[in-house]
Design a protein around this ligand. Structure first.
Ligand code: G3H
Ligand code: 13P
Ligand code: ZN
Length: 342
């Protein structure tokens, strides 16, 4: 049952020229689409759950959907991760729900407060055998809203929001985190760049130098495939100027600069929405959810399969399982007490 923390994944990804895809799950079809793609490509994966997903789907349902995926695919290395956790309370709830990894996002707080929040999260998570990701710097899309900046103000002052390499080292030392989400020019959502899309590769390089051994995470890494935007716009949608991170830049960040985890949510939403719109437009009489959610799920499978090659994680499942075994199968405490996974 290779449910695991992110440790064995990042141990190998750090020097292995690949990154683990972290995909946001909100319902059964999305989860199945992701897992089917990873099974076809024998790739490790992280299923991540946001606070919004918890309240939309109800954690009990999500937990069982994810554990069904784990049961269906015992050969796949899977981590269950909290995405953008904002309080230690939420981190504690996720630990109690069987997450193997959590993110505490204090990036919108002043440095000292971010350190305190992240260190507190590390304390409770590590005591439970759970790995921790924190964030330093500010991404666009969600975080500029949190601090009340317009998208224009954010873009104009982008250099100020990128993660500072020296601060990153200090932050790591003071918190004891297992991985760090960095701001290097990506942003959340479907409208990432007004002009040419360029990531700050030099900043990744600087952070890798000041923080040797610390796995880096790229949020906001959807590529916003044009084929989905075209379908959405063709069939009644309205998403002009949607733009993502070009796949070749994601690939460079992973293979050349060593990013270990790449977060994808928007592309899943686009794949599902594009196909649902297409079905409704072509067959307005259709009302069987299986007839539109099914094609949506299939589009997710194909999109994720392609992504796993961009991330170079296809075919890495076995290696990660071996690393997990080598570490002594350190599952979080939750699974030691659990009757079905102990
Ligand atoms: O980075 C955020 C993810 O896309 C999750 O979004 O909070 O709407 O679930 P959400
Ligand atoms: P996207 O919006 O680019 O998919 O990013 C998702 C993300 O960072 C989740 O934490
Ligand atoms: Zn994110």
């Amino acid at each position: 049952m290779p449910l695991m923390t992110t440790k064995p994944m990042f141990d190998l990804a750090y020097t292995g020229g690949f990154a683990v895809g972290a995909f946001n799950v909100n319902n059964m079809e999305i989860t199945q689409g992701i897992i089917d793609a990873c099974a076809a490509e024998q790739s490790p994966l992280i299923l991540q759950i946001s606070k919004g997903a918890r309240s939309y789907a109800n954690m009990t349902y999500l937990r069982h959907i994810i554990l069904a995926a784990v049961e269906e695919h015992p050969e796949l290395p899977i981590a269950i991760h909290l995405d953008h956790g904002d309080t230690v309370d939420l981190v504690n709830q996720c630990i109690a729900d069987g997450f193997t990894s959590v993110m505490i996002d204090g990036s919108h707080h002043p440095f000292a407060q971010n350190v305190k929040l992240s260190a507190d999260a590390v304390k409770v998570a590590h005591a439970a055998g759970v790995t921790v990701e924190a964030e330093l710097g500010m991404l666009g899309g969600i975080e500029e809203d949190v601090v009340g900046l317009s998208a224009e103000e954010y873009q104009k002052n982008l250099h100020k929001f990128l993660t500072d390499a020296k601060e990153a080292a200090d932050f790591w030392k003071q918190t004891g985190i297992d991985s760090l989400a960095v701001a290097i020019g990506t942003s959340h959502g479907a409208y990432k760049f007004k002009h040419a899309a360029v990531l700050a590769f030099d900043r990744i390089e600087e952070i890798m130098k000041t923080c040797p051994g610390l796995p880096l995470v790229m949020h906001g890494s959807s590529s916003v495939p044009q084929e989905f935007i075209d379908l959405i716009n063709k069939y009644g949608g309205n998403m002009p100027n949607a733009k993502g991170v070009p796949e070749d830049q994601i690939s460079q960040a992973v293979r050349k600069y060593g990013v270990c985890k790449v977060n994808i949510d928007t592309d899943l939403r686009l794949a599902l929405t594009a196909k649902i719109r297409e079905v409704f437009a072509k067959d307005p009489a259709e009302f069987d959810p299986r007839k539109y959610l099914g094609p949506g799920r299939k589009a997710i499978v194909e999109m994720v399969k392609r992504k796993l090659h961009v991330l170079n994680s296809a075919g890495k499942a076995e290696q990660v399982n071996a690393q997990w075994k080598k570490l002594g199968e350190p599952l979080p405490n939750y699974y030691k007490k659990c009757c079905c996974h102990g």
